[in-house]
Design a protein around this ligand. Structure first.
Ligand code: NAP
Ligand code: HSE
Length: 430
């Protein structure tokens, strides 16, 4: 029986450092669990002179990634650098060299996961990627394996901690988006260039991975309609609270007639929903299976320790399989070509904030335009009359309507001389 399993790290930053630390500090426990000792045989970094949060023997550090991948004493390669390239090439090279792979790389797995898994499976190897979605929250293993018996009907997720932190601050303190973003940057949650998080791309990568697994089809990031949070206004949060809602950036994939829809956008959700109470940097994912009913996962979606928990769990799983001599376990299984439909297939409720001339008949004109497109009004509140300009803000909540219809109505409303501007247009989910 194999007594030692060699681990090669590519990346020794936040996640890689956490993984190395856990492997060293819990070495005996892991050895007892796996039946073999997990030994770090090399760690590739970009800058050898950088101070590290973990003390590895200096001889293990290198800037030569290939030397880690091709080290014959490395059985499992852990890619914790990120980005599409060169990470994708490193993983292909590792598979070519007969190594199992663990990665935390959401962008790569969202864009190329199925092809990389195919490559690995063809060689009797596996790629594990629990840390790519939701940090320490178990999500990939449940979707890949534990919920396999179900037909999944929907996945609804708060899956980006940075934006959830910003939205929580805007809601609780009435601060502007800019002020809340600055606070998130000062605390190290948001990156200096926050685009990936605040414009919804990070959440879309994670949704593509979860939806591909859950619906057993191929959902590409480009199939997902993506809207970020940067245009939200303090007024949207005030109105939400008044109407009994909160605003969350939700990643949603659901089964509809003829396919599935997938979207990331800030939405109103009722204050009483469990997802409405997920605040700060916390993540939550709600999965609807036909056998299980609703299953809710919640926890810390980022950070060295939660993320290293997911990476190490994958490592232990693979190491145990190596010890047992097991071949790869194929739980990806795109099983059908369920099409991903565009936003025109969407039907939900909407909340529109529109600034209008404050005079008789204006609301009637707007109601007529909505009615002409089969959009029925559920509630209206009038806010913030501006006596000087003679305008007022209307907040209109609709019943369920088709997205194509409300878009057509809003186009007409926007062109009305009595309308100054449409301040916001948010879906109401749940
Ligand atoms: P990070 O702190 O920036 O660390 C990246 C590491 O990669 C560093 O050690 C860096 O070396 C190394 N590196 C960069 N380019 C390299 C190159 N060309 N050759 C060799 N090494 C190179 O990143 P991270 O936060 O740990 O994230 C790593 C991965 O985990 C990403 O895919 C990320 O999306 C994912 N992830 C992160 C979190 C989180 O909470 N941070 C959560 C979930 C998933 P130096 O140290 O020398 O610069
Ligand atoms: N930037 C991500 C977030 C963490 O804010 O949730 C890494 O997936």
């Amino acid at each position: 029986m194999k007594r030692e399993i060699g681990v090669g790290l590519i990346g020794l930053g936040t996640v890689g450092g956490g993984v190395a630390r856990a492997l060293m500090e819990r070495r005996d426990y892991f050895a007892r669990q796996v039946g073999a000792d997990l030994v770090v045989r090399g760690a590739a970094v970009r800058d050898l002179s950088k101070p590290r949060t973990v003390e590895l023997p200096p001889a293990l550090l290198t800037t030569d990634v290939d030397s880690v991948i091709n080290n014959p004493r490395v059985d499992i390669v852990v890619e914790v650098v990120g980005g599409e390239e060169p990470a994708g090439s490193w993983i292909r090279n590792a598979i070519d060299a007969g190594k199992h792979v663990v990665t935390a790389n959401k962008e790569l797995m969202a864009k190329s996961g199925p092809e990389l898994l195919e490559l690995a499976h063809a060689k009797g190897l596996d790629i594990m990627f629990e840390a790519s979605v939701g940090g320490g929250i178990p999500l990939i293993a449940p979707l890949r394996r534990d919920l396999l018996a179900n037909r999944i009907d929907s996945i609804r997720a708060i899956i980006n901690g940075t934006t959830n932190y910003i939205l929580t601050r805007m809601a609780s303190e009435g601060t502007t988006y800019a002020a809340a973003l600055q606070a998130a940057q000062e605390l190290g949650y948001a990156e200096p260039d926050p685009t990936n998080d605040v414009e919804g791309f990070d959440a879309a990568y994670k949704l593509a991975i979860m939806a591909s697994l859950g619906f057993r089809t191929r959902v590409r990031p480009g199939d997902i309609t993506v809207e970020g949070i940067s245009k939200l206004d303090v007024a949207d949060f005030r109105n939400a609270a008044e109407l009994g809602y909160v605003i969350k950036l939700l990643a949603i994939a659901e089964r509809v007639r003829g396919g599935i829809t997938a979207r990331v956008a800030p939405v109103y959700i009722p204050q009483a929903e469990p997802m409405a109470k997920v605040d700060g940097v916390y993540n939550a994912v709600q999965v609807e299976g036909d056998l299980t009913g609703t299953v809710l996962f919640q926890g810390r979606g980022a950070g060295a320790e939660p993320t290293s928990s997911a990476v190490v769990a994958d490592l232990l799983d693979l190491a145990h399989a190596i010890v047992l001599g097991a071949r790869e376990r194929k739980y990806w299984g795109p099983d059908s070509d369920v099409p991903v439909l565009g936003p025109e297939a969407l039907e939900t409720r909407y909340c529109v904030r529109v600034r209008v001339s404050d005079r008789p008949g204006v609301l009637a004109q707007i109601a007529t335009a909505l009615g002409a497109h089969n959009v029925s009004i559920a509630a209206v509140i009038q806010k913030e009359a501006d006596a000087e300009r003679g305008t007022a803000e209307l907040v209109i909540m609709t019943h369920r309507a088709r997205e194509t219809e409300i878009n057509a109505a809003l186009k007409e409303i926007n062109a009305m001389p009595v309308v100054s501007n449409i301040g916001s247009f948010l879906r109401v989910e749940g």
